[in-house]
Ligand binder design. Structure first.
Ligand code: BYC
Length: 480
């Protein structure tokens, strides 16, 4: 079979010759009903009978891998898709650099690999769970369709990790695959594994911030895993990244359209001062400082997903050739890092300052730095919209020490510029930096569905172009 072509004949579309791999095929077919039960229980609430204009991967050829059509979500063809193998691929970093990439799990790294795959897998259904109520308050059919597209693809990313567990990890892989369907976002007894995936996504501004900030962590982590010397993981992540690009598009354009609508409404009403929060809110749009607070929240929660600045886990995974750096293949150094150092932002004598640390131990910090740079580019694009509409306001990422629960700065309180605060000062000023009840109530009051084709809720601008170049009036979801 041509690897670019996907076999659609069986229950599970795939380009991994499942038809000739009876053991794994059976294991996945056995897992399938549990997945569908999970989707029905924890996937989007309502709309399961509606026809949604979704893209489905039909190939892994970068030039034309997806096809668009109306699909009922439970009928979406969740499949197992790996990017084509690169002939003669070598392990690109770490102590095995230059050896042939592994096609099977190396015994000594089995536990480490399994842990990373399980953590990656756990985030995918978690995000679907977090977003499950949003369909009901969609600001347009276009946005509703994008939400559901993101949801079905996160479901597919779960399949991607479950395939690796079932194929390469035997009985314990099977148990982990089951457990991925058992944990629940926000559940007191069986929560998802990483903090940010147990938070709520209560409104559409949160959804767009989540897809901007947290999906971008997904991109960074997948880029790092795509470098893996374990070739099946690398190929899996490479194809996931193709889908991931749309998720970030949804986040970035979603926030941009909200900002644009706010600035336009301010201009039309002759309000130039972004601090006139009540006046701006009366226009039925979200004031820029509340948008900033949501950004502060989602950015800080997402920074925690990079783990500790100094991490033996990260050093071991790199040294072993299991998890690389962001776009390792484009970096020019020895790819082993045994003698090098990297400047790490730390709390030293009560002050936040850089300290050179062994580069291997600092890999989480380095990935986080790359992430912050990538976020800043996006924030720059938001600011261009604000500036073009002539409103004197600049969105800014908060300091990395702000509102942290993992790592170096989890022990202290800091404001958005990184000044340390006492507990009392923090308690007094928290609502300046993060959304509080009144902000949340106001946003919630705007979350009224707009389900007429071509119409948009008043707090968000229409997109510049439609999905799959469809015209403005296109009925992206035929609600049943
Ligand atoms: N919450 O050595 P450390 C995505 C634990 S998002 C709770 O610093 P390490 C997506 C850590 O597990 C990308 N616990 O950790 C986005 C460890 O515990 P153990 C998901 C945390 O391993 C949107 C201990 O603290 N993929 O795809 O260097 C929608 C010591 O920490 C947290 C990945 O994350 C936390 N935030 O770094 C859908 C890639 N942070 O083992 C999807 C795979 C740390 O000592 N994961 N801990 O008991 C990894 O690479 C790493 O596990 C982490 C943590 C980067 C997450």
């Amino acid at each position: 079979m041509n690897i670019a072509q996907v076999d659609y004949d069986g229950l599970i579309p795939n380009n991994v010759a499942l038809g000739q791999d009876e053991r794994v095929k059976r294991a996945l077919e056995k897992w399938h009903p549990g997945y569908i039960n999970w989707w029905n229980d924890m996937g989007p609430e309502g709309f399961q009978e509606s026809l949604v204009y979704l893209r489905t991967a039909v190939s892994v050829d970068p030039k034309g891998w997806a096809k668009f059509d109306y699909v009922r979500m439970p009928d979406y063809r969740w499949g197992v898709l790996l990017a084509p193998a690169l002939e003669g691929r070598e392990i690109p970093f770490g102590r095995h650099k230059g050896e042939d990439a592994w096609q099977e799990v190396p015994g000594e790294y089995r536990a480490m690999l399994r842990r990373l795959i399980v953590i990656q897998g756990d985030t995918e259904p978690a995000s679907v769970e977090q977003q499950r109520y949003l369909g009901k308050t969609a600001p347009s059919l276009y946005d509703m369709r994008n939400l559901f597209q993101v949801n079905v693809e996160e479901g597919r990313h779960l399949w991607a990790m479950v395939y690796l567990l079932q194929k390469y990890f035997g009985t314990d892989g099977r148990e982990e695959a089951e457990a991925l369907l058992q944990r629940r976002s926000g559940d007191a007894d069986t929560p998802r594994m990483l903090g940010a995936f147990n938070e709520q996504t209560p409104d559409w501004l949160s959804f767009f911030m989540f897809t901007f900030f947290t999906d971008r962590d997904g991109k960074m982590q997948l880029e790092a895993l795509a470098q893996s010397g374990f070739d099946p993981l690398s190929r899996t992540c490479r194809f996931m990244l193709t889908e991931e690009a749309h998720h970030m598009f949804v986040g970035e354009t979603g926030v941009t359209r909200i900002i644009q609508r706010t600035c336009e409404a301010m201009k039309d009403a002759g309000i130039n001062d972004p601090n006139e929060i009540e006046k701006v809110r009366k226009l039925g749009v979200i004031d820029l400082s509340t948008i900033q607070k949501k950004a502060n929240l989602h950015f800080s929660l997402t920074l925690d997903l990079f783990g500790n600045e100094i991490s033996t886990n990260a050093a071991n995974a790199f040294h072993a050739g299991i998890k690389g750096r962001y776009r390792e293949d484009r970096l020019k150094d020895d790819h082993q890092l045994e003698g090098g150092t990297y400047p790490v932002l730390r709390l030293i004598d009560g002050k936040i300052q850089h300290e050179d640390s062994p580069a291997l131990s600092a890999l989480n910090m380095r990935l986080r730095d790359d992430y912050v740079g990538d976020c800043n580019n996006g924030v720059g694009r938001w600011n261009k919209v604000i500036a073009d509409l002539g409103i004197p306001f600049e969105m800014k990422l908060p300091h990395v020490a702000f509102h942290r629960h993992i790592g170096e700065f989890s022990k202290i309180r800091a404001d958005v510029t990184g000044n340390r605060l006492s507990d009392a000062d923090w308690a007094g000023r928290r609502d300046e930096f993060l959304p509080f009840d009144e902000d949340r109530d106001f946003i919630e009051s705007l979350m009224q569905p707009q389900l007429e084709p071509g119409k948009f809720a008043g707090w968000i601008a229409p997109p510049k172009v439609g999905i799959d170049n469809k015209p403005g009036e296109f009925e992206y979801v035929k609600i049943a």
